[in-house]
Design a protein around this ligand. Structure first.
Ligand SMILES: NC(=O)c1ccc[n+]([C@@H]2O[C@H](COP(=O)([O-])OP(=O)(O)OC[C@H]3O[C@@H](n4cnc5c(N)ncnc54)[C@H](OP(=O)(O)O)[C@@H]3O)[C@@H](O)[C@H]2O)c1
Length: 218
């Protein structure tokens, strides 16, 4: 059992991840910014931790995450505009990475974006900015000596999970249910020898535990 600090815990992937981790015997600690989210997160098995990513600096966030064994960043602006994307997916990720380092937490999972998203369409300015910010966030994390894993899901859906995915360092673009993204992240937490790897993730045929297992190092 270990304590996992989740940034974006009240979100659509975050809530599913909280529940999965609690069911697997971990202690999810759920950063959320709205007071009314605390009860839902508690009901899902988390310890709610109130805090707004835009109002926290790295030392303050490090204090909130102290003692956790891993950090998962699955926060996002959710289409709220370029300034919010820059603040959450961009600077928010950097603050969280800095905080993990200050708190001495090595394991860091980041939910990023699939590089083929939007291919074949003329991207809006906002989408272009989103993809650029996501890529810079990946670079920021990769440049640390943290024990990181970057997961790049395809287009997210709210379809029920199948427990099966396709996951590798390069795969064709596709959709993936948020349920399966959360299950995949929980499995990565439980397989610590999967590290320093960027993983593309879509729906597929491989049971999630096997899909993670074949990405182990060594
Ligand atoms: N949509 C796609 O197809 C797609 C594909 C690939 C990757 N992604 C990425 O997947 C990730 C999660 O997706 P999702 O569907 O779970 O998104 P979501 O439901 O919008 O969840 C994002 C969470 O981030 C939180 N957040 C935003 N600003 C915050 C702040 N200032 N302080 C603390 N928390 C804050 C939100 O809080 P509130 O609950 O308070 O709003 C929300 O809970 C995002 O990073 C997204 O970029 C999405």
């Amino acid at each position: 059992m270990s304590s996992v600090f989740i940034v974006g815990a009240a979100g659509n992937i975050g809530r599913r991840l909280v529940e999965r981790l609690a069911n697997r015997g971990h202690e999810p600690r759920a950063l959320h910014r709205k007071p009314e989210q605390a009860d839902t997160l508690k009901d899902l098995g988390a310890t709610p931790v109130a805090g707004d990513l835009t109002a926290l600096d790295a030392p303050a966030l490090a204090q909130l995450m102290a003692g956790s064994k891993a950090v998962v960043f699955t926060a996002g602006a959710g289409g709220a505009g370029m300034d919010v994307t820059n603040a959450i997916d961009g600077r928010g990720l950097e603050t969280t990475v800095d905080a993990a380092q200050l708190a001495g937490i090595k394991r860091f999972l980041l939910v990023s974006a699939f590089p083929d998203a939007g291919r074949g369409k003329t991207p809006s300015e906002g989408f272009e900015n989103y993809m650029a910010v996501k890529k810079r966030a990946d670079v920021y994390l990769v440049d640390t000596d943290l024990d990181w894993v970057i997961v790049r899901p395809g287009t997210l859906s709210d379809e029920p999970g199948t427990g099966h995915v396709r996951a590798d360092v390069a795969i064709p673009y596709g959709n993936v249910p948020r349920d399966d993204v959360a299950a995949f992240l929980a499995e990565v937490i439980d397989q610590p020898t999967v590290n320093r790897i960027i993983i593309e993730l879509t729906e597929g045929e491989t049971p999630i535990a096997n899909a993670v297992d074949r990405l182990q190092r060594g």
